[in-house]
Ligand binder design. Structure first.
Ligand code: SME
Length: 348
């Protein structure tokens, strides 16, 4: 689908990305209102900010410019002149308007120095690209891999508080947001392939697991290998097993891959204890919204837990997988992880 990495040396060989749309400079509150009127009607906006470069440590400048782009229009909002008006805050906190950028967290923190607002609907290309197997993080490299285009970085360290901006600065700033819009759209157009590539990976994992477990009946050895196989293939944050201890009414930590974790979980507690009690797979898109979730690591944001049944239908263990990203798991993961869990039936 897409290359996972790209060499610096080939980046200059791609044709430069061309900003097609019109650039609107926004320097007054009424222009900001008009811009927000257009922006609030868009489903997706490319997003970026520019801050005057800081050459000595200590002083942190507020962002000078907020760029929001669609395919046909780019707005350069001179925050030093307009501040962050309520109409624009509404756009930045509307979960239905996707704002797509790279490393958006830093830009958002910068903007929040103008006004304390709740950022909603932001998509970070760096995280999104990862789901497509792309390892690179810079917009320059993402543009090369996803669009086959070159983005110039020559204006990166100019003075963004200058007014008026030079033509080159305006074009550079608008292109940065515009290219994020384009990368997002291209990645979305390949969503189906992304899904099927995950399926393919699960099929490979399943095949390897079957061959690893074919002649091995030791539970610890098999659990250790299966955790490693899943962790290596998908790079999830934590993958491991908790074994049922009926007498204690607890799950006890078994073989796993990832950071050290909680050792004992009572039945009915947390996602693992609930999966055991409810005798079914639980998918948790956002662990903070799961009542009683046990946070072994603050990095875990979504989770799936699959029970392992023996031939008589008793639960002997659960397979727990944690992700650093929200909404990682869906019915594809459930389907294949339940198949993996079923391999253990013959061992008990
Ligand atoms: N989050 C789990 C606990 C296990 S760790 O994630 C490894 C739970 O709520 O059961």
């Amino acid at each position: 689908m897409f290359a996972s990495t790209i060499e610096n040396s080939v980046l200059d060989m791609f044709p430069q990305v061309e900003l097609k749309g019109h650039i609107t400079l926004v320097t007054t509150r009424s222009q900001a209102q008009k811009a927000a009127d257009y922006l609030s009607r868009q489903p997706v906006l490319g997003f970026d900010t520019e801050t005057k470069p800081r050459f000595s440590s200590g002083k942190m400048y507020k962002p000078a410019l907020l760029q929001l782009s669609t395919d046909s229009r780019s707005f350069l909002i001179h925050l030093k002149k307009t501040g962050l008006p309520a109409e624009l805050i509404a756009v930045l906190s509307d979960p239905r308007i996707v704002k797509v950028g790279a490393a958006v967290r830093d830009d958002i923190i910068g903007l929040q120095r103008y006004a304390d607002f709740q950022a909603e609907g932001f998509v970070d290309l760096q995280e999104m690209a990862q789901e497509y197997g792309i390892v690179e993080k810079s917009v320059k490299k993402l543009a090369a891999i996803v669009l086959g285009k070159r983005v110039s970085k020559s204006q990166q360290i100019t003075n963004w508080e200058a007014y008026p901006l030079s033509e080159a600065q305006a074009r550079y700033a608008a292109t940065d947001a515009y290219v994020c819009f384009r990368i997002y759209r291209e990645l979305m157009a390949h969503q189906e392939e992304k899904k099927s590539s995950r399926q393919r990976m699960y099929e490979e994992v399943l095949e390897k697991a079957e061959s690893l477990m074919k002649d091995e009946t030791d539970l610890v050895a098999n659990m250790a290998n299966i955790s490693a196989l899943i962790k290596e293939s998908f790079k999830f944050w934590w993958v491991g097993f908790y074994l049922v201890n009926e007498a204690a009414g607890q799950l006890v930590l078994g073989p796993f891959q990832g950071p050290a974790a909680c050792t004992r979980i009572p039945q009915g507690r947390g996602v693992c204890g609930s999966s055991w009690k409810q005798r079914k797979t639980l998918i948790v898109p956002d662990v903070e919204k799961f009542p009683g979730h046990i946070a072994c690591s603050s990095r875990s944001r979504s989770e799936i837990v699959v029970p392992l049944f023996d031939k008589e239908g008793s639960i002997k263990a659960v397979l727990d997988i944690d992700s650093e990203k929200l909404n990682t798991f869906d019915k594809t993961d459930k389907k294949y992880l339940e198949k993996l869990a079923a391999l253990f039936k013959n061992i008990y």
